[in-house]
Design a binder for this molecule. Sequence first.
Ligand SMILES: *[C@@H]1O[C@H](CO)[C@@H](O)[C@H](O)[C@H]1NC(C)=O
Length: 435
Amino acid sequence: MSGRRDAPLMRNNTQSIFKSRIAIAIAIGVFFGGVFAFFFPNGFFFVSSSAPILSHRLAKSISPVGSAECESSETINLLKSEFIAASERNTDLKKQIRDLTQRLQLAEQGKDHAQKQVLVLGDQKKAGPFGFVKGLRTNPIVAPDESVNPRLAKLLEKVAVRKELIVALANSNVKEMLEVWFTNIKRVGIPNYLVVALDEDITTFCEANNVPVYKRDPDEDIDSVARTGGNHAVSGLKFRILREFLQLGYGVLLSDVDIVYLQNPFDHLHRDSDVESMSDGHDNRTAYGFNDVFDEPAMGWARYAHTMRMWVFNSGFFYIRPTIPSIELLDRVAGRLSREPHSWDQAVFNEELFFPSHPGYDGLHAARRTMDFYLFMNSKVLFKTVRKDAALSKLKPVIVHVNYHPDKLPRMKAVVEYYVNGKKDALKPFPDGSD
Ligand SMILES: *[C@@H]1O[C@H](CO)[C@@H](O)[C@H](O)[C@H]1NC(C)=O
């Protein structure tokens, strides 16, 4: 602690010595400036024209030895007053420079922030009465920029409905699940969905099944991951690929393929946040957040420390609006995934969304919403709770995401049997978890 306290004092000392040295240097500079201004009234670089004046003045001030004592004191007085005038002007100019520099710095600092504030808030407003103030959640969408990908822009014009669509990435490893995925989307009658094909086989498969498909332009960075990358690596790709969709002005419901669609999700979105995501949580507390009290008995009176907890957003199913914070999120996640090759995209996605700004770190300021965990249901909720509960098992979710179980395909098919074909026993053979 003492070291911390000393440091500023020492700095002040050295600063004041430094400052007085500067003052002396400036005074000397100003003095010589005055002298030179007197002798070289037209500046240094007009030697030929000023030479006669110089010799004339020198002659005047130096050569007459006997007769000119009063003239030389006159000269000194003149020099003195010129010196005073010059230093006054110098102080004035320095003050002006200081003021202008300060204003410039402030303007630079505030420019970006202020522009965004004006854009979001419009004119300054007074706060309303108690209970009637509400902050903003909904950021303005970006101006669409078709130049980032004209081909995709054309395709999205055809596929999207009200500038929104479901997007899934797929390679040949997930072909069977993809089939269940689009079969149920078609059954529900959702027109606005698109598969981003990561290999040729998936492109042909989609075309053969009348499924809107987008084959990306070759990009070696992305393509090598798409072909050879593991589950997590491929999952990380979506953050890079999604950027263009948002830049084109589309809201994207990003979807993994281990998801069964039972209703149209676009009828169940709130669209008030940058990111609206399904949860890995399994009840109100874990899905929507709770105050988790940490107990440290050794602290006695202060043994209870309150902590904020929430089960993560599932990065396999979220709706993302085309806003600046959303695009910043994609960039931050993609950037970290490429710098930290062993990181898990879902962990990074949540860290970027939820950690606040703190010393040395500027957090993302994005609005977030957790989807209803009964409507956008993960497979833990379904197999642990819902299927055993008389009331809950009668509700029809919007989607079921088989994210908690490795035997994805058979469980997806069972979900279809249960909810679509009404087979009451379809979910029975499966254990709550996996061994
Ligand atoms: C969970 O939250 C919902 C809505 O917020 C509420 O209706 C329900 O009673 C809550 N359930 C429990 C078990 O607390």
